[in-house]
Design a protein around this ligand. Structure first.
Ligand code: NAI
Length: 332
C-alpha cells in the first residue's frame, strides 16, 4: 500500500481525478490517497490557497498526483502551482510529447521531451511597480538553478537512451540572463561525451517544431520558454487533453498534466482524463510498479486505438465517465 497525496484541483480537476483514481484502483494499484484541497475555495475558507497541510502531506508522502488549480488572471493570489513547485523545490518539470496510438495529428513521428526549469525566470514573481504607468518584472536566472536543470536533462537523456540535449534560449537578446543559462549548459555538456549538445533560439525552435518536430529529442529550457513550448508540443500530439507532466525535486515528485483547469468545460463530464492518467502512469513507474504501469498503458492505448469511446477533444462524443469505463473494461 502506497501513501500518495491527491490534489484534486478545481475546474475539471475533480472530474478527471475521480476517473483516474478509479482506473488505478481497477488496475490493482494499492494506494491510500491523502486528499488535499487547494485553490480559490480553500483560500476563502482557510485564508490561503495553498495551506501548509498540503505541503506537509507531500513532504511526508514524497509523491503526489495533482489535477489543475485555477490561477486568477492579473490580480488575486499567486499561482498555487508555482508556489508548490517553489516551496518543495521541484526544480525539474518533465513534459514528454510522444504520438499516441489512434490519436491523429499532422505528424506521426513526434517523440521529444521538454525539460523545463521550474523555479526561476519570470516565475520567481519579482515584479515592481515603478509608477501607475510603469512596472518591471525581473527575469531571475542563476548559475546554480541553470546548472542543476541542465545536468538533470543530460542525466535524463542518459537514463532514457536519448542521444541529444538541445538548449533553448534567446541569448542573442537576453545576453546576460539567457547567456548565463547557455554558459551553464555548455559547461555541463562537457560531462556527457555520449550525448550530443545542441543550441537553438526559441523563436526558431517554434517554427521548426511545427514544420519538422521529429528532429528534436530532449529540450532544456528556462521556465517561461518551457511553459510556452510545452503547450506547443502538446498540440503536436493531439492537444492538452493528452499531454502529461511531472514536477521533480530531490525529495518529492508531483505528477500533473500540462493543461489547466479548463473552466470552459467544467462540470460537463466531457474532459479528457488521458493527460492526468498518463501522468499517473509515470507516477506508477516512479513507485516501482512497472507491471501495473504497463497494464494501464495497454488499456489506455487500446481504448484510444479502438476509438469507440473517445472524448470530444479527440473527435469522439464519449463522456469522461464512458471513456473511463472503457479503459477499465480494457484492463481485462
Ligand atoms: P487550459 O489548459 O485550462 O485550457 C485550454 C484549452 O484546452 C481549453 O479550451 C480547454 O477546454 C482545453 N482543455 C484543457 N484540458 C483539457 C482536457 N483534459 N480535456 C479536454 N480539453 C481540455 O488553459 P487556460 O484556459 O489557459 O487556463 C485555465 C486555468 O488553469 C487558469 O486559471 C490557469 O492559470 C490554470 N492552469 C493551471 C495549471 C496547473 O494547475 N498546473 C496549468 C495551466 C493553467
Amino acid at each position: 500500500m502506497y501513501n500518495v497525496t491527491l490534489i484534486n484541483g478545481d475546474g475539471i480537476g475533480p472530474e478527471i481525478s475521480d476517473a483516474v483514481v478509479k482506473i488505478l484502483d481497477a488496475a490493482g494499484l494499492k494506494i491510500n490517497w491523502d486528499l488535499q484541497t487547494a485553490g480559490a475555495d480553500v483560500a476563502e475558507k482557510e485564508g490561503a490557497p495553498l495551506p501548509g497541510r498540503v505541503l506537509d502531506s507531500i513532504r511526508k508522502n514524497k509523491v503526489a498526483l495533482k489535477a489543475p488549480v485555477t490561477t486568477p488572471i492579473g490580480k488575486g493570489f499567486r499561482s498555487v502551482n508555482v508556489q508548490l513547485r517553489r516551496e518543495l523545490d521541484l526544480f525539474a518539470n518533465l513534459r514528454p510529447s510522444k504520438n499516441l496510438p489512434g490519436v491523429k495529428t499532422p505528424f506521426n513521428n513526434v517523440d521529444l521531451v521538454v525539460v523545463r526549469e521550474n523555479t526561476e525566470d519570470l516565475y520567481a514573481g519579482i515584479e515592481n511597480k515603478i509608477s501607475d504607468d510603469r512596472v518591471e518584472g525581473i527575469k531571475l536566472i542563476t548559475r546554480e538553478g541553470s546548472t542543476r536543470i541542465c545536468r538533470w536533462a543530460f542525466d535524463y537523456a542518459v537514463k532514457n537512451n536519448r542521444s541529444e540535449v538541445c538548449a533553448v534560449t534567446k541569448a542573442n537578446i537576453c545576453k546576460l540572463s539567457d547567456g548565463l543559462f547557455l554558459d551553464c549548459f555548455r559547461e555541463v555538456s562537457k560531462e556527457y561525451p555520449d550525448i550530443a549538445p545542441r543550441e537553438i533560439l526559441v523563436d526558431n525552435l517554434c517554427m521548426q517544431l511545427v514544420q519538422n518536430p521529429s528532429q528534436f529529442d530532449v529540450l532544456v529550457l528556462p521556465n517561461l520558454y518551457g511553459d510556452i513550448v510545452s503547450d506547443l508540443c502538446a498540440g503536436l500530439i493531439g492537444g492538452l487533453g493528452v499531454a502529461q507532466g511531472a514536477n521533480i525535486g530531490l525529495d518529492c515528485a508531483v505528477f500533473e498534466p500540462v493543461h489547466g483547469s479548463a473552466p470552459d468545460i467544467k462540470g460537463k463530464n466531457i474532459a479528457n482524463p488521458t493527460a492526468l492518467l498518463l501522468s499517473a502512469i509515470e507516477m506508477t513507474k516512479h513507485l516501482g510498479e512497472f507491471e501495473i504501469a504497463k497494464k494501464l498503458e495497454d488499456a489506455l492505448f487500446k481504448t484510444l486505438r479502438d476509438g469507440r469511446a473517445l472524448t470530444k477533444d479527440l473527435g469522439g462524443n464519449a463522456k469522461t465517465t464512458e471513456f473511463r469505463d472503457e479503459i477499465i473494461k480494457n484492463l481485462g
